[in-house]
Design a binder for this molecule. Structure first.
Ligand code: ADP
Ligand code: MG
Length: 259
């Protein structure tokens, strides 16, 4: 497991220099629905945080606010010490820093696998075409779909498509990767091939926020489990502690239903 070392300033504690993502007092409404309520959450460099909770508790909305697919009503979100930009080129760059993998893959259907993985590099990172393709091929190899580069997404299995989606996000050299139920739309036999890629990413030191119902992944890969219910973070704990000794009734109830 590669660890990210953080150099401490001997002159004094550099305030949270290793916080890569920081949400403070974040609130969000959809009309009358208070979907995120006073969310305080920090994610350190190299940390893997698994977010779990009942359907409708705000997990997807939380992910979507972190790369500003949703705006917030109050509070602040910083990525690597910088506030989320509002629009324009800065926002495009922020989105590139925050890789996102969705339940539904969201690959471009009319582009090949290779084009899916080079597009962002060319448009946002202004990479040279040859360099972008070289990098894309290396990433496709890394997630085990190197031989599929010239096919279209529909010609791939769900598990392969999701691994391409991961490669596409990685091609932007993100600082943090968000996964929103990345295996929920997959046939059971394809879940592990995606989880294994995510496990490897975690071991390589990637900072990750993962919304999932895969408790085996949470137990083995997470540094911390965040349990949400009704738009609030109800409980946060190291996985063994959370699964063996949940403190809140909400978490106990949730775990009794899924385990
Ligand atoms: P989760 O991912 O935990 O299932 P979500 O973040 O998707 O929860 O949704 C939280 C709540 O917000 C749900 O009640 C959902 O119906 C509502 N919601 C989500 N997106 C929207 C939207 N764009 N407009 C209105 N309500 C929404
Ligand atoms: Mg969701």
């Amino acid at each position: 497991m590669s660890e990210v070392s953080v150099t401490k300033d001997p002159g004094g504690p550099a305030p949270a220099a290793d916080d890569l993502v920081a949400l403070a007092g974040v609130n969000k409404h959809f009309g009358a629905l208070h979907v995120l309520q006073d969310i305080d959450l920090t994610i350190k460099r190299g940390e893997v945080v698994v977010v779990i909770g009942p359907s409708g508790s705000g997990k997807s909305t939380l992910c979507r606010t972190i790369n500003r697919l949703e705006t917030i009503d109050s509070g602040s979100i910083t990525i690597d010490g910088k506030p989320l930009p509002q629009e324009g080129r800065e926002l495009a760059r922020l989105r590139a820093d925050v890789g996102m993998v969705f339940q539904s893959f969201n690959l471009f259907a009319h582009k090949t696998v290779l084009e899916n993985v080079t597009l962002g590099q060319l448009k946002v990172r202004k990479a040279d075409k040859r360099a972008a393709e070289q990098k894309a091929r290396a990433l496709l190899d890394r997630v085990g779909v190197g031989t599929q580069a010239d096919k279209y997404p529909a010609q791939l299995s769900g598990g392969q498509q999701q691994r391409v989606a991961i490669a596409r996000a990685l091609a932007m050299d993100p600082k943090v990767m968000l996964f929103d139920e990345p295996t929920s739309a997959l046939d059971p036999e394809m879940i592990n091939e995606v989880l294994e890629v995510m496990q490897q990413l975690a071991r390589d030191g990637m900072t990750m926020v993962v919304v999932t119902h895969e408790m085996g992944f949470a137990r083995s890969a997470a540094n911390r489990v965040v349990f949400m219910a009704d738009g609030r973070i109800v409980e946060e704990a190291e996985p063994t502690q959370f699964f063996n000794n949940p403190r809140s009734d909400r978490a106990k109830d949730f775990l009794s239903k899924i385990l």
